[in-house]
Design a protein around this ligand. Structure first.
Ligand code: F0G
Length: 481
């Protein structure tokens, strides 16, 4: 990674790319923002792009592509079976992960579906450092359950632990001893999404895999957020600082039986799949690909995306490329800390995470503080974040609410999409909101789907707090947008 110091001592991350295609953005007035969030049922997933200024919902499928990725899409080899693009992609995966087999899938959750359908049965237990929404939904759909065994620091919102995503090996050993016969595989989620994009150390990943293998179980890694995790291993783990990104990647993959990913994240394209070392495992899962995804040489993806993914995976081995996200997130997090706004620390990958529990402690968890904060941030700045709290959980089988262990609003940082001044604007509006946090109230469901409710559920404010927020904005900002 290039170390570039500013002569004046300013400490800001410097973009190591230039922008060659742009998209015009509109910032609609605060009154329209309040209207739009009402139309969207206070669910940021249901907002329309024309009403959004900074879309920090996710990095999924919306990272900026490189010139090389776009160029490669023009030479993609289109054919139903046997496409040269697929061969280039599998060769690239072999080069990076040393895997001999690849099962393509249309995106990450489709890979999860294939793995779950192959291994999860009624009563299965799947230990994970932490769950991801779609992963858990596939496991529970098939009658299995998830055990989260992240270290205690993982769910402490503020910490200086560099690897808050680490597996708690004592807990894992105990579970394997007590309920091993119900465990088909153990899942590591690199760059643990729901607790703030927090990484695992290389040492912990290797030790977890050794433990799991000593019980004869399969080791699965969700590598969707691996690029951030690689950056953190390289920069935070003393024993890995002299390893190249390629070497770290190979060390990880050597310990994994199944490596699956969303290529909407890893590889900066769209699509996904499962990379494997072992032919028997490959054969076991193979027939589900043509059944649910598409033929084995495209699996529901367009060849253009596969070509872009191959190039994106190569670019993931470059610290100058993968450092951009974490450095911008670190900048945004540190600026918010400086202004007293509660955030998840240390800064992780994926995005900057506001701690709704401390931002609006007066809003009870049953009134969905992270979702309420999401609506408020949108009203304050036209900035779209993603609720990562109780709304993103599933109700218990008896219908009771499953209160999330953390109530976060994620402000994702799609790679190379936003400029530093846009990040500064977001920080400014969030600081304004923090100074008016007493105005923010709770939400309640008016329409609640039984599964993945955060995607299409609709909520309403429990009082007229949003009108008050709009009035306060007008008072402070006058005619400004
Ligand atoms: N695993 C992780 C860790 C993810 O972050 C995601 C997606 C998936 C699996 C599923 O992949 O979307 O391609 O089907 N995360 C997105 C997000 C949705 O916004 O964080 P997918």
């Amino acid at each position: 990674m290039a170390e570039i110091q500013f002569y004046t001592g300013e400490n800001v991350p410097l973009e190591l790319h230039k922008v060659r295609i742009v998209q015009k953005l509109d910032l609609v007035p605060v009154e329209r923002r309040a209207e739009a969030i009402t139309e969207a049922g206070n669910n940021t997933f249901l907002l329309k792009n024309k009403d959004i200024f900074l879309d920090m919902l996710t990095d999924s499928g919306v990272n900026a592509m490189s010139d090389r990725q776009l160029a490669s899409m023009m030479v993609a080899d289109d054919s139903y079976a046997g496409s040269a693009t697929f061969t280039r992609l599998t060769d690239k995966l072999k080069e990076i992960f040393n895997t001999d087999y690849f099962l393509p899938a249309h995106q990450g959750r489709a890979a999860e579906n294939i793995i779950a359908m192959t291994f999860v049965k009624e009563g299965s237990i799947i230990p994970m450092n932490y769950h991801f929404t779609t992963t858990k939904a596939h496991v529970t759909r098939l009658g299995g359950s998830v055990e989260e065994l992240v270290i205690d620091e993982g769910i402490q919102i503020t910490s200086d632990h560099p690897f808050k995503g680490n597996f708690d090996l004592d807990k894992l050993k105990k579970l394997l001893d007590e309920k091993g016969e119900r465990i088909p595989f153990v899942r590591i989620e690199a760059g643990t999404n729901l607790i703030g994009g927090q990484p695992l150390s290389l040492e912990n990943m290797e030790a977890t895999a050794d433990l799991v293998h000593s019980y004869g179980k399969l080791m699965v890694i969700d590598a969707s957020l691996l690029q951030d995790n690689l950056y953190f291993i390289k920069t935070r783990e003393e024993a890995a600082k002299d390893l190249s990104i390629r070497e770290i990647t190979k060390r990880i993959s050597a310990k994994m039986d199944i490596i699956y990913f969303s290529a909407r994240k890893l590889g900066f394209a769209r699509g996904g799949g499962i990379a494997l070392h072992d032919k028997a495992l490959y054969t076991k899962m193979r027939e589900l690909v043509p059944m649910f995804e598409g033929f084995l040489t495209y699996g529901g993806m367009s060849v253009r995306e596969m070509e872009a993914m191959a190039v994106g995976l190569e670019e993931t081995m470059d610290m100058d490329v993968i450092s951009q996200g974490p450095l911008f997130i670190e900048y945004m997090t540190n600026e918010l800390i400086r202004l007293g706004v509660p955030v998840v620390t240390p800064p992780g990958g994926l995005g900057c995470h506001l701690d709704a529990s401390r931002f609006i402690p007066h809003v009870r968890q049953e009134e969905y503080p992270a979702a309420a904060l999401g609506a408020a941030v949108y009203i304050a700045g036209g900035i779209r974040g993603m609720e990562r709290g109780t709304v993103s959980e599933q109700r218990e089988p008896d219908g009771s609410e499953h209160l999330a262990s953390v109530e976060l609003l994620r402000l994702a940082m799609p790679r190379r999409v936003f400029t530093l001044s846009q990040v500064k604007y977001a920080v400014d509006r969030i600081k304004w909101l923090y100074d008016h946090r007493d105005l923010i109230g709770g939400l309640r469901f008016v329409e609640e789907p039984s599964s993945l409710r955060f995607f299409f559920g609709r909520l309403e404010p429990t009082s007229d707090w949003q009108d008050k927020l709009v009035k306060a904005f007008r008072k402070d900002f006058g005619d400004s947008l």
